[in-house]
Design a protein around this ligand. Structure first.
Ligand SMILES: Cc1cc2nc3c(=O)[nH]c(=O)nc-3n(C[C@H](O)[C@H](O)[C@H](O)COP(=O)(O)O)c2cc1C
Length: 255
């Protein structure tokens, strides 16, 4: 079974590629959180994988929250791995995932870093379409390398050090009032797509989106808005948005 968390499709496309090659089932952590579904039976699974993005060199908050609530039956030392998609490089995610799984009595066979297009456009701009395509091609090849190692049951990177942060709190990047920095402009069509893509169900629709509750800063709302009507303060104005073009639409988990 492969669990993935994905705001803009990078981790989803990698998870889909790995699941197809290993014959594994695939579950969206975002959808499971929305469905409040935490019970999974992995008796018949050969692998247990987590394909998730790097947030501030550690796990996204929703991933840590999901693992804490996860109730697995049938765990019998399956090959357990993490793949961390990142814009530039990974850091403490492996240590954070090792610790989160250890707390559940689950072992770990190691981490793989996977560089993909960077969706954190607050501090940077997306590169040209040509560069994006080259990055996606390189990532696809890198995933094939990871698949070969997984098929051979080779370990990824292992660590026994404690992570600096077990997950990225929203305040880490955006101050305690962080979600109030996400705003909607007059261009909003009222389509509600932002509500459906929010993995934390924290957007309420009152004519236009209103962010309430536990925003993880994943930026799914900002990137998926069809008319770029969601901004983060003024840091994203005029910047191109990003959604990985190589993943399929995945609106429901098969539990
Ligand atoms: C809040 C946030 C923090 C991020 N922090 C990092 C980081 O520390 N290092 C990095 O290389 N990329 C970072 N990124 C970029 C993402 O990890 C990267 O683009 C990832 O592939 C996105 O995955 P997704 O499309 O599945 O959501 C960050 C993105 C977000 C939204």
């Amino acid at each position: 079974m492969i669990f993935y968390f994905s705001a803009t499709g990078n981790s989803q496309s990698a998870a889909e590629q790995i699941a197809a090659a290993l014959g594994s089932r695939i579950i969206s952590i975002g959808l499971a959180l929305r469905d409040e579904h935490y019970n999974f039976d992995i008796t018949d699974d050969e692998y247990l994988g987590f394909v998730v993005p790097t947030f501030a060199y550690t796990l996204p908050g929703p991933v840590a929250a999901f693992i804490e609530k996860l109730e697995l039956t049938g765990y019998a030392n399956q090959h357990v791995f993490g793949v961390f998609t990142c814009g530039a490089g990974s850091g403490d995610e492996g240590a954070a995932l090792t610790m989160a799984l250890k707390n559940k009595g689950i072992g770990y066979n190691g981490s793989f870093e996977l560089v993909m297009p960077d969706n954190f456009i607050l501090w940077s701009n997306l590169p040209s379409e040509q560069v994006l395509t080259a990055k996606l091609d390189a990532a696809k090849a890198a995933v094939n390398g990871i698949i070969d190692k997984l098929k051979a049951k080779e370990n990824g990177a292992l660590t026994d050090k404690a992570p600096r942060m077990p997950f990225m709190p929203t305040e880490a990047i955006s101050t305690a009032a962080g979600t109030s920095k996400l705003r909607v402009t007059d261009n909003c069509l009222g389509c509600g797509k932002c509500v459906t893509v929010c993995p934390m169900s924290c957007i309420k629709f009152k004519d236009t989106p209103v962010w309430e509750g536990d925003c993880s800063m994943c930026l799914a709302c900002l990137h998926h808005c069809p008319v770029d009507a969601i901004e983060y303060e003024n840091q994203t104005v005029g910047k191109r948005r990003y959604v990985n073009p190589r993943c399929s639409v995945h609106l429901k988990n098969k539990y």
